[in-house]
Design a protein around this ligand. Structure first.
Ligand code: 4NP
Length: 156
């Protein structure tokens, strides 16, 4: 099983979601391939935004990711392509090689959150990153449960 989180720059939201999901999967002893990528190319090779790393480290999710751009082969290599907002969804659906059935919004996985989009914190204040972390955390817990439970379904 494998999950790729996607946002615009791959320095704020998707590496936070990746860090959370890795921590949750490790705690659950689940062997899942996890990565993140951006639709944009501006930050390729850069470490995550210091504000994102701060919120990750504060919560026990060290973030060592270096930004990379989405690639067509990701649609073959990952079971879930999980996006943060409607612009990501539009861009990912239009990507060469896109596999529509693998793509979801992260917040679709959280039944307790009526929002669909994780807001872009890049141009905002520090507390925007705490908000992103909290939104991503609940959704990642639910996504992990869904993946684990889907494996337990046995055909009659
Ligand atoms: P992210 O945030 O998509 O959550 O990584 C952004 C990071 C950088 C930019 C936009 C959004 N940017 O325009 O450089």
């Amino acid at each position: 099983m494998s999950v790729l989180f996607v946002c615009l720059g791959n320095i704020c939201r998707s590496p936070i979601a990746e860090g959370i999901f890795r921590k949750l999967a490790n705690e659950a002893n689940e062997n899942i391939k996890i990565d993140s990528a951006g639709t944009g190319s501006w930050h390729i090779g850069e470490r995550s935004d210091p504000r994102a790393r701060r919120v990750g480290e504060m919560n026990g999710c060290p973030m060592n990711h270096l930004a990379r751009q989405l690639q067509s082969k990701d649609f073959e290599e990952y079971d879930h392509i999980v996006v943060m907002d409607a612009a990501n969804m539009r861009d990912v659906l239009a990507w060469p090689g896109a596999r529509k059935e693998k793509i979801s919004y992260l917040l679709q996985w959280d039944p307790d959150n009526d929002d669909l989009e994780v807001p872009d914190p890049y141009y905002g204040e520090e507390d925007g990153f705490d908000n992103v972390y909290a939104m991503c955390y609940s959704a990642c817990e639910n996504l992990l449960s869904a993946i684990v439970n889907s494996r337990r379904i046995v055909e009659p």
